[in-house]
Design a protein around this ligand. Sequence first.
Ligand code: TYD
Length: 142
Amino acid sequence: MSHKKGHWELIELTSRGDDRGELVAIQGSVEIPFDIKRVYYLTKTLEGVVRGHHAHKDLDQVLISVSGSCVIHLDDGHSKQEFILSRHTQGLRISNLVWREMHRFSPDCVLLVLANKRYDPSDYIRDYQEFKTLTSGFHKNV
Ligand code: TYD
């Protein structure tokens, strides 16, 4: 399993706005660094709900809050970082072995997710202790 330091990053997308409104285009391996195999979105998330609570063994994703806002908590087993996604031109790329929790969804939040693989339940790590064990050998002295 390939894994390296720096497995999340913010990506700025270009909005092609004119007097009619805005348009943001995303092409696989152009605006984001992988080919897109799957698209899903989270919407109508109820107040107080925390989603995620998992990591992936081998999956690249980009999260974009195309409407509203939410907070993404990331953890690579050694360091943690929180991002407020509140701009439809900002993508958060998350690679392998990053524990994620999504919370504080605004009522109007539409969180778009682009992924480089089809849905595979066996790719999920849903146990935090298992995640900590898996990541304990990574990142040191990198
Ligand atoms: P779940 O993994 O619980 O979402 P989250 O981690 O964001 O809390 O997914 C909710 C349901 O949707 C679950 O039945 C699995 C299904 N699902 C798919 O069918 N395809 C997908 O691409 C995803 C992400 C989930």
